[in-house]
Design a protein around this ligand. Structure first.
Ligand SMILES: [Zn+2]
Length: 188
């Protein structure tokens, strides 16, 4: 199912901070796909700009966002995040968009920046849409992405995320499947 179709079906959706609509068994049955050479080339072409965007978004969230609550910090530790104290949560009505035209085109194609995107992670900076419901689920989901980026390094994570986003349907992306699996249940 393409992202556009999913958007029409589910109103309370976010692109990188979804509330889980799939059961664990459905998510676990994701088939591995090999990215095409063209996809890898395209991602490597925009990677530097994507990193600049990640870093500038992270900087804003780190300077303006709030620290984790005790429950959120406990969950971050459970996930294996090494530096939960570095994380900041920034509430905004709209999420950051790249200024660069080429990156913006790719960004829009992948469904970022849509009305239905509820949350996004840039390094240790987590953005959450102010008006979005299910904020706790979004934060838990985004904390999994923080853990992924912390473990892999921000650049390898960003590269991998883009390759997967161009290869899989959104819910089938392995990085997203892990986030959905670990977001199940009401922890706080
Ligand atoms: Zn996600």
């Amino acid at each position: 199912m393409k992202i556009q179709h999913i958007i029409l079906i589910f109103l309370a959706i976010s692109i990188s901070g979804c509330v889980s609509f799939k059961s664990k068994s459905e998510v676990a049955s994701v088939t591995h796909l090999e990215p095409s050479t063209e996809t890898i080339r395209k991602v490597d072409t925009i990677l530097y700009k994507a990193m600049m965007f990640q870093k500038s978004s992270e900087k804003i969230a780190l300077s303006e966002g709030r620290e984790l609550t005790k429950d959120e910090a406990r969950y971050a530790v459970e996930l294996g995040i090494k530096h939960p104290e570095k994380i900041r949560i920034q509430y905004q009505w709209s999420l950051p968009k790249p200024h660069d035209k080429e990156l913006l085109i790719e960004f829009n194609k992948l469904g970022f920046g849509s009305l239905f995107e509820g949350g996004r992670t840039s390094g240790y900076g987590i953005y959450v849409k102010s008006y979005f419901p299910y904020k706790s689920s979004i934060i838990r989901h985004e904390l999994v992405h923080v853990k992924q980026a912390e473990s892999m390094g921000l650049m390898p994570f960003t590269r991998q995320y883009l390759i997967e986003a161009m290869t899989y349907d959104y819910f089938d992306m392995p990085l997203e499947a892990e986030a959905f699996n670990k977001t199940e249940g009401d922890k706080f």
